[in-house]
Design a protein around this ligand. Structure first.
Ligand code: ADP
Ligand code: MG
Length: 346
């Protein structure tokens, strides 16, 4: 057994997990999504840090209790150090650093995007060479893994992330924060009723980029248009749902277009999808259909490991133990004195 306790406080989720990285067994994975941000329709960084400070010690104790262990049983501690809200990251980093000092343990600092991607290698159906799509509230990135552990960045968003688009449009359409799960339900409902839509045209950017901010303006503009209808002929509720369907369908199309393009360029056996938006049933459906059509294996990160979670942070330590630390472009100088080792994606 190689036991790791992993912490993520990068945004508005506080999460701690205990994982045996040698057998890929997650012994506990506790999460608290901070409800306070709902009032504001988006994350307020100052509140996020303060809630992490209050909640993290409790979740730390809970994760260990659920695993039936204590700090002394752990081989390593791990924490997300980047990217994320700086105030929130500092809370997690300093907490784990202090704990590591108290219990005299080695600790790893982990890149959040790497963690989202790496946990995808733990799914049963995973094989490589593979494409990794990480779609979350803050990021949309596509990586290629030629051999185990070798990541190459192929595409990233040049403006908003896919989850950010869905949340911001959803908020304007009167849904709570984050709107992703609610939008997904609406779209799945329409899809199950056999309704289809025409997606927005793809943005005119190269295949090394994603771009979502233009669609945000478009969806909000369309809302204003049908809300200002004075003829009384427009069923507003129906129009809202239809436009959200178009939005989600467009997101799926853009994600698939990048995957399809890079499939032609690279030798690929498997496509792995992770990050909060990968919990979407509609996105999963679209990728499943695509995989069947192309006789390509699509490996979905289990839903409990899609949003930010401590288990993926702990899992990332497997990489450092297997391949050594800091494999990619080094932006970790600022942190290098703080941690025993680091696992960075760029
Ligand atoms: P970040 O790391 O950027 O904080 P996460 O990986 O936690 O983000 O993902 C959060 C995002 O996932 C939000 O934009 C949220 O709306 C979206 N999301 C969560 N569940 C679903 C779902 N079922 N369908 C669509 N989007 C979802
Ligand atoms: Mg995330």
């Amino acid at each position: 057994m190689v036991l790791v306790i992993g912490v993520d406080t990068s945004c508005d989720d506080t999460s701690v997990a205990v994982v045996d990285v040698s057998s890929h067994q997650v012994l506990s994975n506790v999460r608290y999504t901070q409800a306070v941000h709902e009032i504001f329709g988006g994350v307020v960084p100052e509140f996020a840090s303060r809630y992490h400070l209050e909640i993290l010690p409790k979740l730390w104790a809970k994760a260990l209790k659920e695993a039936g262990m204590d700090e002394k049983d752990m081989d390593y501690f791990a924490v997300t150090a980047s990217p994320g809200l700086i105030g929130s990251l500092v809370v997690g980093l300093n907490f784990v650093k202090a704990m590591a000092a108290v219990y005299n343990k080695k600790f790893y600092i982990v890149d959040h995007l790497f963690a989202h991607a790496w946990i995808g290698t733990w799914t049963k159906s995973f094989t490589y060479p593979a494409l990794f799509l990480v779609v979350s509230g803050g990021h949309t990135e596509l990586y290629y893994m030629n051999k185990l552990g070798d990541f190459e960045l192929l595409a990233k968003t040049r403006d908003d992330a896919a989850g950010e688009l869905i949340d911001k449009v959803g908020r304007e359409y009167g849904l709570g924060y984050p709107a992703g799960p609610e939008v997904d339900k609406i779209v799945m409902n329409r899809w199950q009723n056999g309704l289809s839509v025409k997606p927005y045209p793809l943005p005119k950017v190269d295949y090394s980029s994603f771009s979502f901010s233009g669609w945000k303006t478009r969806a909000i503009y369309n809302l204003k248009k049908f809300l200002s209808d004075t003829t009384g002929d427009v069923d507003i509720d129906e129009k809202r749902c239809e436009e959200l369907h178009v939005l989600m369908d467009s997101v799926a199309e853009q994600l698939l277009s990048r995957v399809e393009y890079w499939l032609e360029k690279k030798n690929v056996e498997c496509v792995v999808i992770g990050g909060g938006v990968a919990a979407s049933s509609y996105i999963r459906k679209r990728f499943e259909e695509f995989g069947n059509r192309r006789c390509l294996k699509v490996s979905f990160t289990p839903r409990k490991f899609c949003p930010d979670n401590g288990a993926m942070v702990a899992a990332a330590v497997e990489y450092a133990l297997t391949f050594g630390s800091r494999p990619w472009v080094d932006f970790g100088d600022y942190f290098s004195d703080a941690a025993s080792h680091s696992v960075f994606l760029r």
